[in-house]
Design a binder for this molecule. Structure first.
Ligand code: CTP
Length: 441
């Protein structure tokens, strides 16, 4: 396919080379359109060598071939990485004062932007309003990630990794193509979750001990946020219940911030009623301190240890799973340290049954696996204990894989939001007939 990679003038422009390369290696015909400023960060010969195509930047070159619109018209997909605050503002306003602006306006292809800028610029109300404008027009926003920025500072604003951008861009193209490829990016992309309400919990809960300490876990929220983002890009209306995320909030989701298990429970119960899909990706603390100290807990002279009394937290997934939830497909997660693959699946089967979830995604976690990583490996278990699919790759591709299974679980009526909502019984029946080949990506 013909992919245009726009590069704006930010230090992350050097990482755009990785985006171009990944697309070329995947067999795409890549045309790079850098802004003048981008060429201060990365050289034109590099971009031409990696993209294997001439690189144009000047609006007034190639006038005879009407290049300012020809590149956009020929594009099947446009990816702008990095997208600086300035370029995002220009895109939101529809400005066409350079070749990239003209290319975007002249194109009906899906548009994907990967913002990169300092945290303050990202959080600035102007940038946020511009990003919202793009999201409302159906543009896919990938990232930014949280991490070390160019200076000594760190926070949200770092460009997503090239492979995550490429994966999200190809998924956005897939969603667009699924709708027959009609409509400009501004018309809003419709996907297979169009018209559906999805609730996703992500992150890890924290249980306070005193004003300065908590019991928590190492969940970063990456997998849950990737699911929320993927569902939104496929057309769903998404509520993200965010428990202490260590990554930037995704755009286009209704975000409810929570911290403790009890707060998470309240937010989930408040939003799950009538939802088509609830995904419990959050790592939830099973116990909380019996009492929360008003002041900082101090050690006393001679104290050699400290005993904490903990009490059980409610099991939110089990509460949803054991209540009638007709019409709501429930997806749980299981984070297990079990190394043996068969035992891991057994644990997953037992957990799915105990919680009453319709699907359970089992993944192995450990000192170096799972939580903060950009990659994941998971098995999806169905109501009969069958392994519906095995997924591995970036958390974005795992997210889409889980949603593919969800979609395959709904009956034909799911395709028509106006029709009767499917029931839990329908889900079970579908599960019986789905073969592994149908759902493996
Ligand atoms: N979960 C929940 N409420 C809890 C604990 C877990 O809703 N109090 C949900 C999680 O969001 C996840 C699933 O249950 O979808 C499994 O979570 P996990 O931590 O793997 O299992 P636990 O139920 O905590 O069991 P254990 O710690 O004994 O393995």
């Amino acid at each position: 396919m013909n992919v245009v990679v726009g590069i704006a003038g930010g230090i992350a422009a050097y990482k755009a080379v990785g985006v171009v390369r990944a697309l070329v290696l995947a067999g795409h015909d890549v045309h790079v359109v850098p802004t003048e400023a981008a060429l201060r960060f990365v050289g034109r010969p590099t971009l031409e060598a990696i993209s294997r195509n001439p690189v144009h930047v000047d609006l007034y070159e190639g006038v005879a071939e009407v290049r300012h619109v020809a590149i956009g018209q020929a594009a099947d997909l446009i990816v702008i990485a990095p997208a600086t605050a300035n370029t995002i503002a220009k895109l939101a306003a529809g400005l066409a004062d350079d070749l990239l602006g003209n290319t975007v306006l002249a194109s009906e292809a899906p548009l994907v932007v990967a913002p990169a800028m300092h945290t303050e610029m990202w959080r600035n109300a102007a940038t946020q309003a511009n990003i919202q404008t793009l999201v409302d027009r159906g543009v896919t926003v990938v990232g930014p990630a949280v991490g070390q920025l160019t200076g000594a500072d760190s926070g949200p604003g770092r460009m997503e990794e090239p492979e995550v951008i490429v994966e999200s861009a190809l998924a956005a193209y897939g969603a667009h193509a699924a709708q027959g490829g009609h409509g400009a990016p501004g018309s809003g992309l419709a996907g297979d979750l169009q018209g559906r309400r999805v609730v996703v919990s992500a992150g890890g809960t924290r249980e306070p001990l005193d004003p300065v300490r908590f019991l928590g876990n190492r969940s970063s929220g990456k997998q849950g946020v990737a699911i929320a983002d993927a569902a939104r890009s496929r057309g769903a209306e998404v509520v993200l219940i965010a428990a202490n995320l260590e990554i930037a909030d995704p755009h286009g989701c209704d975000i409810r911030k929570v911290s403790t298990t009890l707060e998470l429970r309240e937010a989930v119960l408040d939003t799950a009623r009538g939802a088509d899909l609830v995904v419990m990706a959050a790592a939830v603390a099973d116990f909380r301190p019996a009492t929360v100290s008003e002041g900082k807990i101090k050690k006393q002279p001679g104290d050699e240890g400290l005993t904490l009394e903990l009490v059980r937290n409610p099991d939110i997934l089990a509460e949803l799973g054991h209540a009638p939830h007709d019409g709501t497909l429930l997806v749980g997660f299981a984070a297990e340290t079990e190394a043996d693959p068969e035992r891991l699946i057994e644990l997953g089967r037992a957990k799915r049954a105990a919680k009453g979830a319709d699907l359970l995604v089992v993944n192995r976690v450990g000192w170096t696996e799972g939580f903060a990583s950009d990659e994941n490996r998971a098995s999806v278990i169905g109501v009969d204990g069958e392994v519906v699919t095995e997924l591995h790759g970036s958390k974005v591709s795992v997210a889409h894989g889980i949603l593919d299974v969800v979609v395959s679980r709904w009956d034909d009526r799911f395709a028509d939001p106006a029709a009767t909502t499917p029931t839990a019984t329908d889900t079970t029946t579908d599960a019986d007939s789905a073969s592994e080949d149908d759902t493996t990506r």
